[in-house]
Design a protein around this ligand. Structure first.
Ligand code: 5GP
Ligand code: ZN
Length: 111
């Protein structure tokens, strides 16, 4: 996707603070964190959002899900929240699917 900011991060065309990378996934710090730790887990392949996901994506989605607690622990979190904004009416601003993983404050940011 030519105009997708997260595809550009995948291609290293724009910088990001990358915390994890494998052949399918990329994890980087959110540029505008809502908590002490705020990470974004994305697939390298461009998928718009959960509405675009099908049966064939289930392994990728579970891989993203299972990565969240590992990353949370590696970043010092004893607990975290995960959020997947889906669609404009669901608060999604970047239309490349991403899981927000955040935590670290005494008072969890509630959305
Ligand atoms: P959404 O509202 O789509 O669920 O969340 C998009 C998130 O991406 C926001 O939390 C925003 O701060 C983050 N974001 C947008 N552009 C960039 C960027 O260029 N770099 C990084 N690291 N995060 C971004
Ligand atoms: Zn993309």
């Amino acid at each position: 996707m030519d105009n997708c900011i997260f595809c550009k991060i995948v291609k290293k065309e724009i910088p990001a603070s990358i915390l994890y990378e494998d052949e399918e996934l990329l994890v980087f710090k959110d540029i505008n964190p809502i908590d002490k730790v705020h990470l974004l887990i994305i697939p390298k392949k461009h998928i718009e959002n959960l509405f675009s996901c099908e049966e064939k994506h289930k392994e990728l989605l579970s891989k993203m899900m299972l990565l969240a607690p590992k990353l949370a622990k590696d970043n010092g979190l004893e607990g975290f929240r995960m959020m997947i904004n889906t669609g404009e009416k669901g608060g999604q601003e970047v239309f490349h699917i991403h899981f927000h993983v955040y935590g670290g404050s005494e008072e969890l940011a509630k959305i």
